[in-house]
Write a protein that binds this ligand. Structure first.
Ligand code: PEP
Length: 249
């Protein structure tokens, strides 16, 4: 069966000391009850946060990785470096990376393959902007992102990927997708995966929802049959909000 996952994306927030304190609090409160909880911290926090994790259900992840393996790429952080901190996950293709840093499908495909080769689990993000939804293009946009980003992976590699559907208009806006909108898209993504990799792989793929998820709406969103958890931005910066979402399962 597919995994239930709640991943926090801290983005560019928290000093090292603040991050370690937050991680300690989350670590204390996480129960080993079948929900996988992931802290995706800034790069410089990874190693220190790894040192405070003692729970079997709590994991570490990065928010991005380089699209090259090593060498003269000033300021970049490779998948092997990330792996060496104790991280097991990496977010790839977050909408902020796609829009502010112009990361395209080909680059994200390359990053996904590098992450898998390094033994990291990619959390591959997809999602439409508001204009695309208003033009009724959202299904096509997400389909293209997934096909271009992931569909040349072997079935064995694809089976290791987590998908996060994050409508861009819902990220950080306070306006979440409705439960029906989330379910409709998650179901479509699962059907797309089934067409390419078969029903068994599709049924085992965790598809997370992201976009203004909070303790007050998580229960309803997670109750959908094709929503397997959440990728959480703002609400992951506060332990009680984040744990309220984790405990929504
Ligand atoms: C995100 O950036 O991945 C996200 C879902 O942000 P927020 O929860 O703040 O909308």
């Amino acid at each position: 069966m597919r995994k239930k996952i709640v991943a926090g994306n801290w983005k560019m927030n928290k000093t090292l000391q603040e991050g370690v304190e937050l991680a300690k609090t989350v670590n204390r409160q996480v129960e080993d009850n079948g929900v996988i909880v992931i802290l995706c911290t800034p790069f410089i926090h990874l190693s220190e946060v790894n040192n405070v994790i003692t729970k079997d259900s709590l994991f570490l992840g990065a928010q991005n990785c380089a699209s090259e393996t090593s060498g003269a790429f000033t300021g970049e952080v490779s998948v092997d470096m990330i792996k060496s901190t104790g991280s097991e996950y990496v977010i790839i293709g977050h909408s902020e990376r796609r829009s502010y840093y112009h990361e395209d499908d080909a680059q994200l495909n390359k990053k996904t393959k590098l992450a898998l080769a390094a033994g990291l689990t990619p959390i591959f993000c997809c999602g439409e902007v508001l204009a695309e939804r208003q033009a009724n293009n959202h299904m096509k946009v997400v389909k293209t992102q997934i096909e271009n980003g992931l569909f040349d992976l072997s079935p064995e590699d694809f089976a290791k990927v987590v998908i996060a559907y994050e409508p861009v208009w819902a990220i950080g806006t306070g306006v979440n997708a409705t439960s029906d909108q989330a379910q409709e898209m998650h179901k479509a993504i699962r059907e797309l995966v089934a067409e390419k990799y078969g029903t068994q792989v599709a049924n085992n793929t965790s598809i997370l929802y992201g976009g203004s998820c909070k303790p007050s709406n998580a229960k309803e969103l997670f109750a959908n049959p094709d929503v397997d958890g959440g990728l959480i931005g703002g609400a992951s910066l506060n332990a009680s909000d984040f744990m309220g979402i984790v405990n929504a399962f």
